[in-house]
Design a protein around this ligand. Structure first.
Ligand code: AHM
Length: 327
């Protein structure tokens, strides 16, 4: 069995990226252990504070955020971080370092207390400026500039799924030895799928294009294997992971309540979009390639359609025919 370290060394990844990945992985192992015994520790439930998005933070959100910040603050290659749980850019003691890490320490917070899969999502960028403290401009880059991205899913196994632009590889945590081992290499997602994943409870507030696509998914058609199956866990990492392996489309569209969607560009949608493209799939905001979108603020939200190429294309066809960008 090949360890993550050996894999990274043999894939001749550059030293700074190698290092950054180590500092992301370290707290994820501790977090995995905590999640496994969550009911026995005081980490379930609300922290009784809200984050920058105005969302209630869970105790685990706060704990995980602190741990990732602590770890990456020791990484000499990391100049700054952007976290879902922190309003401002987080500067490390290494202002002249070249890299920025964006992360969502715990994605799927609503599932923490009910023993359903959750995850950590991360993304690595190189700064634009050459030295001095990282500015907003350094952080507001299109997703196509990402150097590495991935997620750790804390499910029945803890699995790291990662890309550095040379395919998607996954590593399973062997908890007794506390090491990640390569479990799947050059992961490809099917071009077609049979699963659509979105919160159908919001149907009435969806743009017309999504409503029409949903109806298309539910129609009877032998040739295209419809109707498709609806699967929605409510943790993006878990929904994405299943669809990556089986084929499918994950959609979080704009709604009347949230015209920009719910999910964030820098630490949710971009990393997943980089991964899906590397696995042979597609990601769009409904109108343009997700990885081309240049955010204008570090916590910017976006609608997202991500998964099997033919399903994303079909959903976007409906968007272009029936919805406007403003919807
Ligand atoms: P979170 O970062 O607060 O956990 O929110 C992100 C999560 C995603 O994992 C998931 O896809 C989505 O929110 C679910 O939202 P909803 O409950 O509106 O369907």
């Amino acid at each position: 069995m090949q360890t993550l370290n050996r894999f990274l060394i043999e894939s001749s990844i550059q030293m700074p990226l190698y290092n950054i990945i180590q500092y992301i992985i370290k707290p994820s192992k501790d977090l995995s252990r905590k999640i496994n015994i969550a009911g026995l520790e005081d980490i379930l439930g609300e922290a009784e504070v809200t984050n920058v998005q105005g969302e209630e933070q869970k105790k685990l959100d706060v704990y995980a955020n602190d741990e990732f910040i602590k770890s990456l603050s020791e990484c000499t290659h990391c100049a700054a971080m952007i976290s879902e749980e922190t309003e401002v850019i987080i500067h490390t003691p290494f202002p002249d370092a070249e890299y920025i890490v964006a992360f969502d320490p715990v994605d799927g917070s609503s599932n923490i207390d009910v023993n359903v899969s959750i995850g950590t999502i991360f993304s690595v960028y190189k700064r634009i400026s050459t030295s001095g403290p990282i500015t907003e401009e350094d952080c507001l880059q299109a997703g196509k500039n990402q150097l590495a991205a991935g997620y750790i899913i804390y499910g029945s196994s803890t699995i790291l799924v990662m890309t550095t632009g040379n395919g998607v590889h996954s590593f399973t945590l062997e908890p007794h030895i506390d090491k990640f081992y390569l479990s799947d290499t050059h992961v490809r997602t099917p071009k077609d799928g049979k699963i659509y994943s979105l919160n159908e409870g919001n149907y009435i507030k969806f743009p017309e294009g999504v409503k029409k696509y949903l109806k298309y998914c539910q129609e009877n058609d032998k040739e295209t294997n419809r109707p498709y199956s609806s699967r929605y866990i409510g943790s993006m990492v878990a929904d994405f992971h299943r669809n990556l392996k089986k084929g499918g489309v994950f959609i979080y569209p704009s709604t009347e309540k949230d015209p920009n969607g719910k999910l964030r560009v820098l630490y949710e949608c971009n990393p997943m979009s980089f991964l899906i493209e590397q696995a042979g799939g597609k990601a769009s905001n409904g109108f343009e390639r997700m990885l081309d979108v240049v955010p204008t603020s570090i916590h910017q939200r976006t609608p997202i359609f991500v998964g099997s190429t033919n399903m994303v294309d079909k959903a976007c066809e409906f968007m272009k025919e029936y919805s406007t960008k403003a919807q």
